[in-house]
Design a protein around this ligand. Structure first.
Ligand code: ZN
Length: 133
């Protein structure tokens, strides 16, 4: 399953995804992978020719799922290979992106509050406290 995975990055700002499937595995197998990882969703594609099966893929796009589930899984299970090299380049980009994004999220200006800033320098909860009256 690790070897059938594909690691992609696209767009600006970057969007990362990990997918298994696209005809390589059937839908039942995709569900097994989804249950194994505990993240991602199943996407189905209509058959491209009448005698083909419908295709299914499990896709993980959410950053926490990629960082906390897919990366540790691949680090452990993906054997040295061309795919592993692709994965490691993707992982580097993913972790850099995550770090930059985390830096852009500035904290609330209320001292001691570490929630992220939403409006007028305040987090959502302090913003409501200040402006609801
Ligand atoms: Zn706050």
């Amino acid at each position: 399953m690790a070897a059938e995975g594909s690691f992609t990055v696209s767009g600006e700002p970057s969007s990362f995804s990990f997918a298994v499937g696209l005809g390589a595995l059937d839908k039942g197998m995709c569900q097994v992978v989804q249950e194994l990882l505990g993240v991602g969703h199943i996407t189905q594609f209509a058959r491209r020719k009448p005698h083909y099966d419908d295709e299914a893929a499990i896709v993980v796009r959410a950053l926490p799922g990629l960082v906390h589930v897919v990366v540790p899984f691949m680090d452990e299970h993906l054997p040295p290979s061309y795919k592993r090299n692709q994965y490691e380049a993707w992982r580097t980009a993913l972790l850099e992106y995550r770090e930059h994004r985390a830096k852009r999220v500035r904290p609330c200006t209320i001292e001691g509050c570490e929630r992220s800033r939403r409006a007028k320098g305040l987090c959502r909860s302090h913003y409501y406290d200040a402006y609801r009256r």
